[in-house]
Design a protein around this ligand. Structure first.
Ligand SMILES: C[S@@+](CC[C@H](N)C(=O)[O-])C[C@H]1O[C@@H](n2cnc3c(N)ncnc32)[C@H](O)[C@@H]1O
Length: 207
C-alpha cells in the first residue's frame, strides 16, 4: 500500500520534550481518567513512538477506510494522517462526547463519530460496512470480562468480516484470551518508548 509506505518515517525515536499540544492532550486525558478510569485504561496518551508503530501496521486497499475505536485525544489518529492515511479515509469512534468534540476540532476532514464501538453496526454508516481495511482498538479490552470482549470481537466482525483488529497494550503476553474468542493472535510491534512500554497485537478470526 504505497501511499501509507511513503509516509512511514522516523520510527522508534525516544520520547523527547513534550509540546504544548501534548501537554494539553495529557491534561484532557487525565481529566477523563479521573472521571472514568476503567473507560480510559491509561493515565496518559500513547507516545509518538507507539503511535508510529501502530500507523506502520495499517493495511488499506484503495476503496477502504481505517477505523479507530476509542480515539481519546487523537494522538494515534494524527500519526495515521502523518503516515499517509487521507483524512477522508479515516473514521474515529469515541464514546465520550467532549472527547469527540475535541477530536472534531483537531482532526479536520476526519469522520469523527460519537458512538459506542461495541455497537459498531449502528455507529458506522452502512456505506462503510465491509470497507474497513484496518480497525484499531484503543479501548482497554484487557480489563473487561470475556463476554464483553466477545461482544467487541463480534461488533468488529459485523462490519469488517475476517479483518480482525489491532490492539495496543502494556501487557507482556496477549491481553485477550484469543483462543477462547476464536481469534488468531500475532504480536507485531513493541516499543520501550512509551510509558509503560507497549506492544501492538493483531487479532484475526480463526479460519
Ligand atoms: C486508553 S484511551 C485511548 C486514547 C488514545 N488512542 C491514546 O492512545 O492515547 C481509551 C479511549 O477509548 C474510549 N472508549 C472507551 N469505551 C469506548 C466505547 N465503548 N466506544 C468508543 N470509545 C470508547 C475512551 O473514552 C477513551 O478515550
Amino acid at each position: 500500500m504505497s501511499e501509507i509506505a511513503a509516509g512511514r518515517q522516523r520510527r522508534g525515536e525516544p520520547v523527547a520534550g513534550r509540546s504544548h499540544g501534548e501537554v494539553r492532550n495529557t491534561t484532557l486525558f487525565l481529566r477523563r481518567w479521573l472521571a472514568n478510569p476503567l473507560q480510559m485504561g491509561s493515565v496518559i496518551p500513547s507516545s509518538p513512538a507507539l503511535c508510529r508503530r501502530i500507523a506502520a501496521l495499517v493495511e488499506l486497499a484503495e476503496d477502504e477506510v481505517v477505523v479507530e475505536l476509542g480515539a481519546g485525544t487523537g494522538v494515534i489518529s494524527r500519526a495515521l494522517l502523518e503516515a499517509g492515511v487521507p483524512p477522508e479515509r479515516l473514521v474515529v469512534v469515541e464514546i465520550v462526547r467532549d472527547m469527540a468534540e475535541h477530536l472534531r476540532g483537531v482532526l479536520p476532514g476526519v469522520n469523527v463519530i460519537q458512538g459506542d464501538a461495541f455497537d459498531l453496526a449502528h455507529a458506522l454508516p452502512a456505506r462503510l460496512h465491509r470497507k474497513v481495511g484496518t480497525a484499531i482498538c484503543g479501548i482497554p479490552l484487557v480489563m473487561l470480562p470475556l463476554a464483553q470482549q466477545r461482544r467487541f470481537v463480534d461488533a468488529v466482525e459485523s462490519v469488517a468480516p475476517g479483518k480482525g483488529f489491532l490492539l495496543y497494550t502494556y501487557c507482556i503476553t496477549s491481553p485477550l484470551p484469543y483462543r477462547k474468542l476464536g481469534l488468531q493472535a500475532t504480536r507485531e510491534a513493541w516499543t520501550p518508548w512509551n510509558i509503560p512500554p507497549a506492544s501492538v497485537w493483531r487479532y484475526r478470526p480463526e479460519r
